[in-house]
Design a protein around this ligand. Sequence first.
Ligand code: DX5
Ligand code: ZN
Length: 229
Amino acid sequence: MHAFDRTIKIAPSILSADFANLGAECRAIEAQGCDWVHVDVMDGHFVPNITFGPQTCAALRHHITTVMDVHLMITPVDRFISFFADAGADVITIHAEASPHLNSSLQNIKSFGKKAGVALNPSTPPETIEYILDNIDLICVMTVNPGCAGQTFINSQIDKIKRLRQMIESRPINIQVDGGITQKTAQAAVTAGADVLVSGSSIFNGGSIIKQHIYGENIRALRSSLRKN
Ligand code: DX5
Ligand code: ZN
């Protein structure tokens, strides 16, 4: 039995990738040293943007060898969970604000043998999930308003991360931060207790499939910002 892995993981969000080349983009970020691949699913209803659905996720699965981390920003969400499980997601994260029966939705995710994640919008208090922690594998603290890449990190969420880290005690739960993570903001999130860093623009900006070494430079710069600060 291995101890729970709390090493810092970098999860680039392919929301900032070239949508015409998503398979190659996933291979590129993995080749350049990312730990997980974060897949943002948006429905134009729960959030004001549309990305892609389970068929795209199933196609991407063939290009991802690490962890396929699917962040569902959709409502209703329950009827789609089985589709994303079948598409091969390793982690399925749903929003607390998107499920009227959150505990039941999490049990549904786990019934497919998947890791169950809960995302909390910036205004959602940590106590929302206090009594269902034993059914949660990952908490995604939204450090921007969900919907698009390139927004500014919301500093008030640092306190929420600290509170969640206390609440989960020794439970095997990852705390993920999503939104506005850069070389300037990552350390504060990690110090507060986060162990999975989602980053879109700060990993993909300046690079491309043919300039994928830039992705590697950006990933390494994010990692080394944790040691310097
Ligand atoms: C926001 C998404 C994030 C987003 C992060 O709705 O959930 O994953 O892509 O992008 P950056 O890192 O650019 O804030
Ligand atoms: Zn996300």
